[in-house]
Design a protein around this ligand. Structure first.
Ligand code: GN1
Ligand code: MG
Length: 365
């Protein structure tokens, strides 16, 4: 832990550090909670994953651009920029990160006091608040002019994912391919449907905007009354379709079970939660969404859940090199649980579309 304290020392921390301890369930970065004495703010310290994020300076610069824009907006709307947007803590040499002697990248931000994260939506009200949070986030960024660096080319681009998929299958690095024939069929049988959707993004009918791209429920802060405070984990802010944010949020909020549930009976789409999130989201975004975006909102949940089945399965076949895992078959367990969710969404697709149409009609009146 002394080593961690030394890292913290490299940043412009206002008060004396009392403790640094691991925090949270991130699959990619390592996160630590930094407690301080003397009444100053606490902080979050992160070791960013440099195998996944190949250009961390540009990633941090994207986060700076976005948080600055959000803070300006929040101030102009009479809000509290310290609670409604993340605040980056600079290193002692005024950089957005610190690189240690092993080449690891570290970044810090201020911990927002009395904020809470959730691993599941639980209630319709919380889902509504989450939807509002994502809608507001996108709408405040809708007029941002400063360009972002595309630090994760192809992140939610299914065409790119299929290129990776072909390579991973061809390589079959750890000989797991024959064990997952059925799962490979799940992917192959829906390929065309997903590529057809992606054509609308490629031809511009569905535009790209500044989006978060990792909107699962634990990437948003709530207060103790369940009101949304702000969106966190901004590593993946990119220009992409808003549908990726909506779909990824539904994948996480509206799942009755866990992302890695073993008992598949627990996994299904929760239409009440879906409705709550969609209501909160649309109330804050309908003013800038076009007709095609509205038309494909329900489908985006299937798209992103499918992509997640693909990503977990691909990582399993590839020998678990991307996601952190807690057991030997964790990525396969995740694949099955996400596929169960996808199947449930497919069964309930007409209802999901109906819910969106009703909300859109009531807001357009
Ligand atoms: C990762 O970093 P974290 O745990 O919030 C991943 C997302 C996946 C998610 C699955 C950069 O998110 O894309 O959807 O796990 N982030 C990256 O739970 O790959
Ligand atoms: Mg996260």
């Amino acid at each position: 832990m002394n080593e961690l304290k030394n890292i913290v020392e490299q940043f412009q921390v206002q008060s004396e550090v009392s403790e640094v301890k691991p925090l949270g369930e991130g699959f990619i970065n390592d996160t630590f909670y930094v407690s301080t004495a003397n009444g100053g703010p606490d902080y979050l310290l992160q070791r960013k994953n440099k195998d996944i994020f190949k250009d961390i300076p540009s990633m941090m610069n994207n986060i700076k651009i976005v948080t600055n824009h959000l803070k300006d907006k929040i101030i102009s709307q009479g809000g509290d920029p310290d609670r409604e947007a993340m605040t980056i803590t600079l290193s002692k040499d005024n950089k957005l990160y610190y690189q240690d002697k092993d080449g690891e990248y570290w970044a810090m931000c201020v911990f927002i006091k009395d904020s809470i994260t959730h691993e599941a939506a639980g209630t319709k009200e919380l889902a509504y608040a989450g939807g509002k949070g994502i809608g507001l986030f996108q709408s405040m960024l809708a007029d941002m002019k400063t360009p972002l660096t595309n630090i994760l080319p192809g992140f939610h681009d299914i065409k790119y994912r299929f290129t990776q998929w072909e390579e991973v299958l061809k390589e079959d690095r750890v000989g797991r391919k024959r064990e997952v024939r059925k799962e490979i069929m799940w992917i192959e049988s829906r390929k065309e449907q997903m590529l057809n959707f992606w054509k609308l993004v490629e031809n511009g009918e569905i535009p790209t905007r500044v989006t978060h791209n990792d909107t699962k429920i634990n990437n948003i802060l709530f207060d103790d009354k369940g009101e949304v405070l702000c969106v966190i984990d901004l590593d993946t802010v990119l220009n992409s379709t808003v549908l990726n944010d909506f779909g990824d949020a539904i994948r996480s909020y509206a799942n009755n079970g866990a992302e890695d549930a073993i008992d598949l009976k627990t996994v299904s789409v929760n239409l009440d939660i879906f409705k709550g999130f969609a209501q909160g989201y649309l109330e804050n975004s309908i003013q800038f969404l076009n007709e095609k975006e509205l038309e494909y909102l329900a489908f985006s949940a299937l798209y992103i859940t499918y992509e997640q089945v693909l990503r977990f399965l691909m990582d399993y076949i590839d020998g678990d090199r991307y996601y952190k895992t807690k057991s030997a078959k964790h990525n396969l367990v995740r694949t099955h649980a996400q596929f169960k969710l996808l199947s449930s969404m497919e069964e309930n697709f007409n209802q999901m579309e109906g819910i969106i149409k009703d909300i859109v009609n009531s807001l357009k009146k």
